[in-house]
Design a protein around this ligand. Structure first.
Ligand code: TPP
Ligand code: DXP
Ligand code: MG
Length: 617
């Protein structure tokens, strides 16, 4: 195996031409075999094997800095920097991260996970290098999807002004997770078709020359030729912004890419190298279904089919079904995604109501203000978004939606621990960052039927409102508890004594288990489904203070700014005679691992919560 010769960074430079040719196949095979067992981001990684090899052949790591935008495509980089043998631990607890991590390797120049940050970060490194009088190259590798994020444009604007030596590699595979959308995508696709355009024009000229009056028209066309050509000179947009454009270059021709990188190093100022790649390259099922293999669970290599069939529906599936129904019932309902159509479950809505569906690209901030505009003009916008990506839009939620009290619905998927994507993707901050914004309402369902009821309630509600629900299987217990949703009111599930479990969303199921465990110690706790994190049910708490000794608040969110902290504050301010035990995630970041394992480690499993309660008593 040539791969065995790669034990550390720069080892690739010792390989012969023939070995380099073979290495690309070995890496691809290794990626397919490994990810088929561990799961992970396959399609993007298969697309950039040769690009990564060319970068490693052209630059000197760790002295030179490569910043991977999002970082989901950094697996070959990890292999070429001596981490191949850890791949069986990919995205597991204590194992290799699915994203670049500075603490994992000196060759990981900057931690990523969310998109469109690489040009800003790279520019920062380049400026620091110049101010400190150091000498190294900085390369930011950004995909065409991530290029649709506003931050990337802000950085380009700044780069052209600063004029620091800095290389941007635009990895253009014409895909975000799903098809890339928008004007930039059209602009880039012109470069791909520029040759075809020229050929077509010659054909047109030949045909025109054969018809009466044709030669005159040909002369006019020739006159216009230069200005028409301008439109098709690749990279004009970047060049006019002051960023030198090189390309497009074939992302599967290593020698060509190395040549262009050599040129790019010599350019004075910012330079953009446009590389054309294909998502899923070299594995037929992934080439055919790049969105499905963007992030995949373990699968069978021969067929490409998932190893485990879904037995129960996920919260995302429930959301998808409700949206399809509500679209029919509510003609003013419009749905927005920021490049997450598949992940959020909006595909069915798009197919049924294409005119009421908007994929705005990776642009969460824009999505929120766009929703505010739609709401202000009389529509009912719903933004379906992952909890961690909505962090991008804090000011837009406050400034554009909540100050004007506009009826925008936030359907927040992946709220809580998400597992294998790790610290950048854990959805454990949304209750805190949303609850502090006046006019915002925050709800979380206990099971799949309540998600459906809450979404319907939210769509009918006249103000900003969020429904947060976790990744994975939807809970199908407690079906018999389906009291109508009333604003700011909780739901009593079991009336007991002494201890009250005041649980939100996913923690209601855990509360049931805690109650069972406490029963074996002779307690009969009351169980309350909080339903609303903000405003929480103050009357219920006043009543509990009269009848119970301890209220245990339970939420899958960080402690700081969470429901428990708000309730503790309320109890203190009202001088209620009840002890509060807030169960939440301790403030900090949570690394990758299995969801159940992480919850247990964070003290949020039924066993750990029961233990805490018994200690408290
Ligand atoms: C702020 C943010 N929003 C959404 C995502 C989810 N996401 C991860 S990769 C991706 C597509 C990126 O497309 P591109 O940069 O072209 O890379 P490719 O997958 O095509 O290699 C999206 C939408 C994210 N990581 N960060
Ligand atoms: C890299 C990235 O941000 C996404 O691909 C994310 O990993 C998707 O998560 P899900 O697999 O939960 O949809
Ligand atoms: Mg792409």
């Amino acid at each position: 195996m040539i791969l065995d010769k790669i034990q550390k960074e720069n080892d690739i430079k010792n390989l012969s031409k023939e070995e380099i040719e073979d290495l690309r196949y070995e890496i691809r095979e290794f990626l397919i075999q490994t990810i088929s067992k561990t799961g992970g981001h396959l399609a993007s990684n298969l697309g950039v094997v040769e690009l990564t090899m060319a970068l490693h052949l052209s630059f000197d790591l760790p002295k030179d800095k490569i910043i991977w935008d999002v970082g989901h495509q950094s697996y070959t980089h990890k292999i070429l920097t001596g981490r191949k043998d850890s791949f069986d631990t990919l995205r597991t607890h204590g194992g290799l991260s699915g994203f670049p991590k500075r603490k994992e390797s000196a060759c990981d120049a900057f931690d990523t996970g969310h998109s469109s940050t690489s040009i800003s970060a790279g520019l920062g490194l380049a400026e620091a290098r110049d101010i400190l009088g150091e000498d190294y190259h900085v390369v930011s590798v950004i995909g065409d999807g991530s290029m649709t994020g506003g931050l990337a444009f802000e950085a380009l604007n700044n780069a052209s002004h600063l004029k620091s030596n800095f290389i941007i590699v635009l990895n253009d595979n014409e895909m975000s997770i799903s098809e890339n959308v928008g004007g930039l995508n059209h602009y880039l696709s012109n470069f791909r078709t520029a040759d075809a355009y020229r050929g077509l024009k010659d054909d047109v000229v030949q045909s025109l020359n054969k018809i009466p009056g044709g030669p005159k028209m040909v002369r006019q066309i020739r006159k216009a030729k230069n200005s028409v050509k301008q439109m098709f000179v690749p990279g004009m947009l970047f060049e006019q912004m002051g960023v030198i454009y090189l390309g497009p270059v074939d992302g599967y021709n290593i020698a060509d890419m190395c040549r262009v990188f050599r040129d790019a190093k010599r350019v004075d100022g910012p330079v953009l190298v446009h590389v054309l790649t294909r998502k899923g390259m070299g594995y037929e099922p992934a080439e055919r279904h790049p969105a499905r293999f963007h992030g995949t669970d373990p699968f069978d290599v021969m067929t490409g089919l998932p190893e485990h069939k879904r037995e129960k529906s996920h919260y995302t599936d429930v959301f998808s079904t409700v949206m399809k129904k509500m679209g029919e019932r509510e003609p003013k309902l419009v749905a927005i995604t920021a490049a997450m159509e598949t992940g959020t479950g909006l595909k069915r809505f798009r197919l049924a109501y294409p005119k009421r569906f908007f994929d705005v690209g990776i642009a969460e901030g824009h999505a929120v203000t766009f929703a505010a505009g739609l709401a202000q003009a009389g529509l009912k916008p719903l933004f379906a978004v992952y909890s961690s990506f909505l962090q991008r839009a804090y000011d837009e939620i406050l400034h554009d939606v909540c100050i004007q009290n506009l009826p925008v619905v936030f359907a927040i998927d992946r709220a809580g621990i998400v597992g294998s994507d790790g610290e950048t993707h854990q959805g454990i901050y949304d209750i805190s960052y949303l609850s502090s914004i006046p006019n915002m309402t925050v709800m979380a369902p206990k099971n799949k039927w309540e998600l459906s009821d809450m979404l319907k309630y939210a769509i009918a509600y006249d103000g900003p409102i969020a429904v947060r629900y976790p990744k994975g299987e939807a809970y199908d217990g407690l079906r018999e508890y389906r009291a109508a949703i009333c604003y700011g009111q909780s739901e009593l599930l079991h009336a007991g004594s002494k201890i009250a479990l005041f649980a939100l969303g996913s923690m209601v199921k855990t509360a049931e288990q805690v109650a069972k465990q406490l029963a074996s110690h002779g307690y009969d706790p009351t169980i309350i489904n909080a339903r609303f994190a903000m405003p929480f049910d103050q009357d219920a708490l006043r009543h509990l203070a009269d009848t119970h000794d301890l209220v245990v608040t339970m939420e899958e969110n960080i402690r700081s700014g969470g429901m428990g902290e708000h309730i503790s504050d309320f109890v203190q301010r009202e001088k209620l005679q009840i002890q509060v035990l807030p169960i939440a995630i301790e403030d900090g970041y949570v690394e990758h691992g299995k969801i159940a394992q992480l919850l247990d480690e964070l003290g949020l499993s039924a066993e750990k919560i029961t233990k805490r309660i018994l200690e408290e008593l």
